[in-house]
Design a protein around this ligand. Structure first.
Ligand code: PAF
Length: 288
């Protein structure tokens, strides 16, 4: 396994692979890898084949964090990540620095961003205004540097995957986006690098997000007619706030393709929510 730090070296390698007709699967991550990330790596390997190359990018992207968010404290453990990648058969770990990804020098500041203007406005975009601008910018850069045949994202970040698919369509990036299922802890909590922040009662209460989805899904499936979203939202808020350390940020019911809010909820409607567990912000989603 190679560790490539410079964007120039990554792009030279990618161009060589392209000339040789090699299929390349990219798994973009911010590191602190867990079983969810490794499932994306295995999916990339299956899809690129034994003659293909799998690249994992490990980069905590400052542009997608708000000023009061956890960029500085975001968990980082490069040695462990590199070991997990090696054990999972990754060919290249691409781990650039901030100065390389966002160069600013005597020729001027970094001043070009990619903005998706429809899907990224709601939910995560409303709560974290510059978040998706940072995500689409860094992902577009990664696509230009790694030139993948396909890139694999997790469906825990459902809105992110939708925004990236839209960017790929709109800007004609020549690759396929694959969205892989959420991997969960035995109690149902969606795997996330931020779960590392949770200890004791906070960890126990974090599963409330999953239980909320299960409650709503059961109600929707039992009901002979669609249920008003406003009613479900208010019931869910009460349910969530029974867990003393959990504070709901938003819950939304929406069309799974266009992400437009649904006023009536029925099987097939998608649901996403974000909540603070203590100071840790977690997200989850599911098709109902
Ligand atoms: O999902 C993530 O870990 C990040 O948003 C991504 C896609 C690696 C971009 O920084």
């Amino acid at each position: 396994m190679r560790i490539v730090k410079s964007p120039g070296a990554m792009q030279r390698l990618a161009k060589r692979w392209q000339r040789e007709g090699i299929r390349v699967g990219l798994v973009p991550t911010m590191g602190c890898l867990h079983a969810g990330h490794l499932s994306l790596v295995h999916r990339a390997r299956r899809l690129t084949g034994k003659d293909g190359k799998v690249v994992v990018s490990i980069y905590v992207n400052p542009a997608q964090f708000g000023p009061r968010e956890d960029f500085t404290s975001y968990p980082r453990d490069f040695m462990r990540d590199a070991r997990l990648c090696r054990e999972s058969g990754v060919d290249v770990v691409f781990a650039p620095t901030n100065a390389q990804m966002y160069p600013a020098n005597s020729r001027g500041p970094f001043s070009t961003f990619v903005v998706e203007e429809d899907l990224s406005r709601r939910m995560e975009g409303a709560s974290r205004p510059m978040h998706f601008r940072g995500v689409t910018t860094v992902v577009a850069k990664l696509f230009n540097l790694v030139r993948p045949t396909l890139a694999v994202f997790g469906s825990k970040d459902y809105q992110q995957a939708s925004v990236i698919k839209r960017m790929v369509r709109d800007l004609n990036f020549p690759l396929r986006i694959v969205v892989a299922p959420t991997v969960r802890e035995p109690d149902g909590l969606a795997m996330s690098s931020r779960n590392k922040y949770l200890r004791g009662p906070l960890r126990r209460q974090a599963v409330t997000l999953r239980h909320s989805i299960q409650r709503i899904r059961a109600a929707v499936r039992k009901s002979p007619t669609p249920i008003r979203a406003a009613r479900l939202k208010s019931e869910l808020r009460k349910f969530i706030e029974r867990a003393s350390a959990v504070r709901l940020d938003y819950v939304e019911f929406f069309d799974p393709e266009r992400l437009t809010p649904a006023s009536k909820v029925a099987p097939g409607t998608h649901m996403a929510l974000a909540a603070f567990v203590g100071k840790t912000r977690l997200i989850d989603n599911a098709s109902l």
